[in-house]
Design a protein around this ligand. Structure first.
Ligand code: NDP
Length: 229
């Protein structure tokens, strides 16, 4: 089995890499700067089944799938994990369009465009899935505190993308799901977060492993519980 993971150099993405390698999967780990991805690069010396690919998800215009040094094996699972919060404490009186565009580019545009680029490489005759790491913060129903304009809108739009893609890919049996990883101790989650990357990722791997076609298009948390849109 072969998984392609974005944002694989740190946080939740790096933990996905480690756990899938431990499970014996072939892993293609994607990050934007291998020069600084020390922990990920160190893993390549230990695992022949690990390949790294450099992609900056803010510059997808120029990207062609032929530019990606992909292993020849078809891909069973894509985990769109890379994410960018943008500036904190954005006030509606002070919107920075270039920052908002950057957040949308990484969190919303890149996952769909990359899905399109990777589609010919998917093992669609197998048990194939596209997983999009979203956030409960993108849920309208969950928004009781306001603010977070760039990040919330990017994840809400991502959820919409996942829903449409799930419907469009039903006929070929490719499952698509939006997952909330929990509030996780990473650079983005901050020091007060509630769970470790190990707990979050172990939960998500279990949810992904038991995903049914009926669940395609759903918004689930790392324990498999449904999240209202
Ligand atoms: P981190 O901030 O720890 O890691 C973010 C990852 O995304 C890094 O690998 C980063 O690479 C990558 N990334 C950011 N911008 C780009 C870009 N332009 N091109 C390529 N890669 C990029 O975050 P987490 O591990 O916490 O988050 C992973 C996912 O989980 C995100 O989608 C996030 O929105 C989501 N999430 C996290 C929560 C949490 O509590 N932590 C809660 C809910 C959702 P680089 O090192 O190069 O910056």
């Amino acid at each position: 089995m072969h998984v392609f993971i974005t944002g694989a150099n740190r946080g939740i993405g790096l933990t996905f890499v480690k756990q899938y390698l431990n499970l014996g999967w072939r892993v293609t780990a994607c990050c934007r700067d291998l020069e600084t991805a020390n922990e990920l690069v160190a893993l390549t010396a230990r695992y022949e089944s690990l390949t790294t690919v450099e992609i900056d998800l803010e510059n997808l215009d120029e990207l062609q799938v032929n530019d990606l040094a992909l292993p020849t094996d078809l891909i069973d699972l894509v985990i769109h994990n890379a994410g960018y919060y943008g500036p904190k404490k954005v006030r509606f009186e002070n919107i920075d369009l270039s920052e908002w565009r950057k957040v949308l580019e990484v969190n919303t545009l890149a996952p769909l465009l990359l899905s399109e680029l990777l589609y010919p490489k998917l093992n669609i005759t197998g048990n194939c899935a596209l997983v999009f790491i979203s956030s409960k913060v993108g849920s309208m129903a969950d928004n009781t505190s306001g603010g977070g304009y760039y990040y919330r809108s990017s994840k809400a739009a991502l959820n919409s993308v996942v829903k449409s893609l799930a419907i469009d890919l039903t006929s070929v049996g490719v499952k698509c799901v939006a997952l909330h990883p929990g509030w996780v101790l990473t650079d983005m989650g901050g020091p007060h977060a509630l769970i470790s990357t190990d707990t979050s990722v172990a939960g998500m791997i279990s949810v992904i492993g038991s995903l049914t076609q009926q669940q395609s298009g759903a918004f689930l948390d790392f324990q498999g519980k449904s999240i209202p849109w």
